[in-house]
Design a protein around this ligand. Structure first.
Ligand code: MN
Length: 501
């Protein structure tokens, strides 16, 4: 999977006007180039920041916006008004711009040179009012955008830009992205359903269904030599836990390897970025794909179980946002509670499919029976997750809109070892606490499936939701049920009316 974000570009576009004469504009150009280079070199910014010559006319602004729209590697635009740029000039360009943009409200000089300041300095450092004029036209056009305030060399400013850029990378990745579904939805499950046409219109990715036989054909075509090679890779990568007869276990590993190779071939041939499976449709597969799904997720594929295509696409988006960051991201399910009032917490897991990118140490590779699905004993990686901040995110279809729900959590160690639990698991305390966090999540209609991450912050997800134009409800340390109810009620009205605009 291609998740090398440095191949992607943010275009740095500076606004000005002709009033200042060629000398000043030359200086504006040079300053802007220096800022673009500084941002591009920042460790906080995962993409290339590309300087574009200063724009001073409506035609030049329109032209740069149209060029950005068509540029394959351009994920978005940074706008900044070094000097005053009368904003009627921006109407046509902003109306045409289809890529996300961030308004960087900065100034070339950090400090006022108190002793030496004169009108030349004042004329060159005008973003304090120039950016307000630009802000007005963005507000007047109802253009959604991120506004970042502060000096461009400040670490916090670069970090905010980096977070937004990661969300823009995920947005770019979703446009034209494809999700493969092996089989359909788990029968009668509601939250994993939704409007796939609307998802493509709003979120950019297409969801394509396949009979599991199409996958089985690829699995059966895998040669024994390739299976042998992958099994020896398993043996050198994981701790293999011996259980039962050696011969039977080895056969299970070989079958898991064959499924992984078949799935990988299928996804690569079709150019898919995410996929779903369902245990209700496994005809011709000897095991429920567990290890295969785990390893494909670790390579950057999005995944959703039981036909959950929305979560599959969300996990993929989160993996793109998190590329290169410490920590990992996985498909997850709220599984079981510890309701001791002294320390209530959630145990998250799934039947098998948890991504080893969130593992604390080398996972163990184990083969155990699985009651659900009625198939041979499947292989799976088993591990714990390191303590620290994390989050769960969900996207649901409300009928008239998509709603994202994000809950910040604190990952904690299990109270005791879990020697008999044969799946990867993570224990967390939702913010602000389990009582309010779970009530808020359920009130909002959040799914039991989530994208779980210890690499991202809720800001990544909020920025992404803003780009997608979808509702976003954040459940964090400040959440109260009373306020959340108000927010949900206000959103019901807003999205009803906004649709008509
Ligand atoms: Mn599930």
């Amino acid at each position: 999977m291609n998740t090398d974000l440095k191949k992607l570009e943010l275009w740095f576009v500076t606004g000005s006007q002709h009033l200042y004469g060629p000398e000043t504009l030359k200086r504006v150009d040079e300053d802007s180039k220096q800022i673009a280079q500084g941002l591009s070199r920042s460790k906080q910014v995962p993409v290339k920041v590309v300087f574009k010559p200063v724009v001073t006319t409506p035609a030049a602004i329109y032209d740069i916006c149209m060029t950005a729209n068509a540029a394959a590697n351009c994920i978005g635009v940074i706008t900044w008004m070094h000097t005053f740029s009368p904003a009627k000039m921006w109407i046509a360009g902003l109306n045409a711009l289809t890529k996300p943009f961030v308004h960087l409200h900065t100034q070339f000089n950090r400090d006022i040179p108190w002793a030496d300041i004169d009108m030349d300095f004042m004329n060159l450092n005008q973003s304090a009012h120039g950016d307000r004029e630009f802000g007005f036209i963005c507000a007047r056009l109802r253009r959604s955008r991120k506004i970042i305030v502060g000096h461009w060399q400040e670490e916090r400013v670069q970090a905010e830009l980096g977070v937004w850029a990661r969300a823009a990378c995920a947005w770019h990745d979703a446009q034209g992205g494809k999700v493969a579904r092996f089989g359909d939805n788990m029968r009668q499950v509601a939250v994993t359903e939704g409007d796939k046409v609307q998802a493509q219109i709003q979120l950019g990715y297409s969801v394509e269904g396949f009979g599991v036989g199409d996958l089985v054909a690829r699995v059966n075509a895998i040669t024994d030599r390739r299976v042998d090679r992958l099994v020896s890779q398993y043996e050198s990568t994981y701790r293999i836990v011996k259980a039962g007869q050696d011969g039977k276990q080895h056969e299970a590993l070989r079958e898991a390897a064959r499924i992984e190779l078949g799935m990988r071939t299928f996804l690569e041939e079709g150019g898919f970025k995410a996929f779903t499976t369902t245990f209700e449709d496994l005809h011709g597969l000897k095991q429920l794909p567990g290890l295969a799904v785990q390893r494909l997720m670790a390579d950057g594929y999005g995944f959703g179980a039981e036909g959950d295509w929305k979560t599959a696409a969300l996990v993929r988006a989160m993996k793109v946002m998190a590329a290169g960051l410490p920590g990992g991201t996985s498909f997850m399910e709220d599984y079981t509670y510890h309701l001791d009032p002294a320390g209530p917490k959630v145990l998250g897991a799934h039947m098998l499919e948890v991504c080893p990118s969130i593992s604390e140490n080398t996972p163990s590779l184990e083969v155990h029976p699985l009651g659900i699905g009625g198939k041979d004993d499947p292989c799976r990686l088993v591990f714990n997750v390191p303590s620290g901040p994390g989050l769960n995110a969900s996207i649901i279809d409300m009928g008239n809109r998509f709603r994202m729900i994000v809950n910040e959590v604190e990952v904690v160690p299990p109270d005791a070892p879990l020697p008999k639990l044969p799946v990867a698991r993570v224990v967390w305390v939702p913010k602000p606490n389990l009582q309010t966090g779970a009530a808020a999540w359920i009130l909002a209609g959040g799914a039991h499936h989530t994208g779980f991450s210890i690499a991202l912050t809720s800001q990544h997800l909020e920025d992404f939701a803003e780009m997608a134009g979808i509702e976003c409800l954040l459940i964090d340390a400040a959440t109260t049920i009373r306020e959340l109810k108000k927010e949900i009620r206000a959103n019901e009205v807003y999205y009803l009316l906004a649709k008509g605009l």
